[in-house]
Ligand binder design. Structure first.
Ligand SMILES: Nc1ncnc2c1ncn2[C@@H]1O[C@H](COP(=O)(O)OP(=O)(O)OP(=O)(O)O)[C@@H](O)[C@H]1O
Length: 239
């Protein structure tokens, strides 16, 4: 079953076309990676899927519903969850309280109904020890984990991860990859924008390449990375 489908989606900022006739589908249960140079329009694509930005043209369908014109909150209720490139937790709240806020608002559910699930998500994301610490005191890896945990607290069918491995050491990155794998193994569909390629390709089943807002490749990671056009655009001429 197709969970997410974009048909001919376009978006411009003035003269700059950041999504150019983008069409692709993501089957339920799959993990898709998105790569492309800086400024290619990757985060903008997430903003179009989540409703933080409205597309100029095209159709966005999710879980059999047309969400093209739906506001961000409605898409969250429908099951679209996301992490942001720069984590922005509520610094003065504890880690657990951060999850409760995401769960109660993201699911429209009373606190008593989401507490147990928030505790489970803390465990899954390796944050149980930090549950009662203020989020503002967390180191980068834990902030990234909290960013993902907050998205999971909304109970998403589709989880969008925006450069969640950026800035981590190799060991931190590998531990985060393990967590992402465990989330995927529970059946959550994932779209992951990432520059850390080895982390990305160790999780995703397909790669989509964006350049100047256009999809220039979509397929198995090995096939995509072996294409001359992709290597030139993404890794630099002559690679
Ligand atoms: N709200 C906005 N108004 C005007 N231009 C914008 C806006 N948001 C993004 N842009 C521009 O759109 C282009 C695509 O930005 P976007 O953040 O989607 O790229 P990206 O592929 O995610 O890049 P990176 O890998 O550096 O995160 C960039 O040139 C950016 O400066």
């Amino acid at each position: 079953m197709t969970l997410l489908s974009l048909q001919n989606v376009s978006k411009s900022f003035g003269q700059l076309k950041v999504a150019d006739d983008v069409t692709f589908e993501v089957p339920a249960g799959q993990a898709l990676g998105i790569i492309g140079p800086n400024g290619a329009g990757k985060s903008t694509l997430f903003n179009l899927i989540t409703g933080n930005l409205r597309s100029d043209a095209g159709t966005i369908r999710f879980d059999r519903h047309d969400l093209t014109k739906a506001p961000a909150m409605q898409r969250c209720f429908a099951g679209v969850g996301r992490s942001f490139q720069v984590p922005q937790p509520f610094d003065n709240m504890t880690v657990f309280e951060n999850l409760l806020v995401a769960a109660t608002h993201g699911r429209k559910a009373p606190e008593r109904d989401v507490q147990a699930d928030c505790a489970r998500i803390l465990g899954q994301c390796g944050l149980l020890q930090a549950a009662n610490q203020p989020a503002g005191g967390l180191a980068l890896l834990q902030r990234k984990r909290l960013e993902m945990a907050r998205a999971l607290a909304t109970n998403p069918k589709l989880l969008l991860l925006d450069e969640i491995a950026g800035g981590l050491t190799e060991a931190e990155c590998l531990s985060l990859v393990d967590t992402i794998r465990s989330v995927h193994a529970r059946g959550v569909t994932i779209i992951w924008i990432e520059h850390v390629l080895h982390a990305l390709t160790s999780v995703v089943e397909r790669l989509l390449v964006l350049n100047f807002g256009k999809v220039i490749g979509l397929g198995a990671p090995d096939d995509i990375m072996n294409r001359a056009e992709v290597r030139e655009i993404y890794l630099g001429a002559g690679v």
